[in-house]
Design a protein around this ligand. Sequence first.
Ligand code: B12
Length: 210
Amino acid sequence: MTDIMKDIIAAVIDGEPGPVTTAVSAALEAGEDPESILNDGLTAGMTAVGEMLDQGEIFIPDVLWAAEAMQEGLAVLLPHLAHGVSRSAGTVVIGTVQGDVHDIGKNLVGLMLSGAGFEVRDLGHDVAPEAFVDSVAHNGAGLLGMSAMLTTTMPAMTRTLELLRARGMREKVHVLVGGAPVTQGYADKIGADGWAIDATRAVVVAKELA
Ligand code: B12
C-alpha cells in the first residue's frame, strides 16, 4: 500500500475533515486511480474504524466523526468517479431500511449510481416499506435499492418485497439489496433480483438489471 493511501486511512481514523480532503486531493494530484482512493483509502479507513470499535479502542462518537470526515473526502472524489457519463440509465429509489440509521454505504452506492447515469431518489435512512413502495410508484422507478447494516433490520427488506407484491408492483421494479450483513444467498432467499458487495459492483449489477 502506498504512503498516500496510508495518509487517507489515518485521516479517516482521526475523524478531522480537513486532513481527509487534503489527503484525497494529494492522491488525485499524484495520479492515483479514483476507485483505488475510494476502496483502498476511504473505505479501508472506515473498515479500520469498524475494527477499532469492535476492539473497544474507540467509541461511537469517534465513529461518527470518522464517518463525517469520510463523506467530506468523498465529496472531493466524486467528480472524478462520475467523470464523463451520460444521464439516461433510468430511475433508482434507494434508502436504508426501517430501524437502521447506517447511511454511509448507501450514500456511496447512490453517488456511484448517480455518477453512472441513473436518476437517484435517495429516501435517506430508517425508511418504512410503505415509503419505499410509494416512492417507486410515484417516480416510476425501474430499480429499488435497499441497504441494511444490522442483522435485526434485514427482515425489513422482506416486508418491502411483500408490500410490492401486495400492491401488484413486484414485476415492475427490479430490487437490489446490499449492506455488510447481506449476502447473495440472503438476496436469493428473499427473492431480490440482485445483490452487490460494494458500490462499484452495485453499478455493474444495476446496469445489468436496468
Ligand atoms: C459507522 C457505523 C455506525 C454509525 C453510522 C453512521 C452513519 N451515518 O452511517 C453509528 C455510530 C450511528 C452506528 C450505530 C449503530 N451501529 Co454501527 N457501525 C458502523 C460501522 C463502524 C461502519 C459502517 C460503514 O459505514 N462502513 C463503511 C461503508 C462504506 O461500508 P458499508 O456500509 O458496508 O457499505 C458498502 C457495502 O455494504 C455495500 N452496500 C451498502 N448498502 C448497499 C445497498 C445496496 C443496494 C447495495 C447493492 C450495496 C450496498 O456498498 C457499500 C459501499 O461499498 C460498522 C462496522 C463495519 N465494519 O461495518 C458498524 C456496525 C454496522 N454497527 C453495528 C451496531 C450494532 C450498531 C448499533 C446497534 C450500536 C449501538 N449499540 O447503538 C447502532 C445502530 C443504530 C441503528 N438503529 O441503526 C454492528 C452491526 C452488527 C450486526 N451485524 O447487526 C456493526 C457491524 C459493528 C459491530 N461489529 O458490532 N454505527
